[in-house]
Structure formats: C-alpha cells, structure tokens
Write a protein that binds this ligand. Structure first.
Ligand SMILES: [Zn+2]
Ligand SMILES: [Zn+2]
Length: 52
C-alpha cells in the first residue's frame, strides 16, 4: 500500500520502480552499463513510449 518508489536509474527512463531495485528492466540496465543514455528509453513501458 505504502510502497516507496523512485525513478529508474536509467537517465532517459520515466518509470517509477521500488527503491529496492536499480532499473525497471534489463534494457535499462544494459543501456546504463553501456552509457547509452543519449537516446530514448527502450524499456517498452508505457511511461517511456514517447515516439510517435
Ligand atoms: Zn523506461
Ligand atoms: Zn527504466
């Protein structure tokens, strides 16, 4: 009910995740590790589907 959340650690990601996690998905983890932060998030979650 009162679960704390934080933004995904991937700079380009808008997802909110439990504070016990670092990333919302494997795609964000890999993008962050490869420092591929310039492009759009590819996690596929609704919060990040910004392309038209
Ligand atoms: Zn995302
Ligand atoms: Zn994410």
């Amino acid at each position: 009910m009162n679960e704390a959340t934080k933004p995904c650690d991937h700079a380009g990601c808008n997802c909110q995740i439990p504070i016990s996690r670092d990333f919302c998905s494997e795609s964000c983890r890999m993008a962050s590790e490869s420092q591929n932060v310039g492009g759009a998030c590819e996690c596929g979650h609704a919060a990040c589907q910004q392309r038209t």
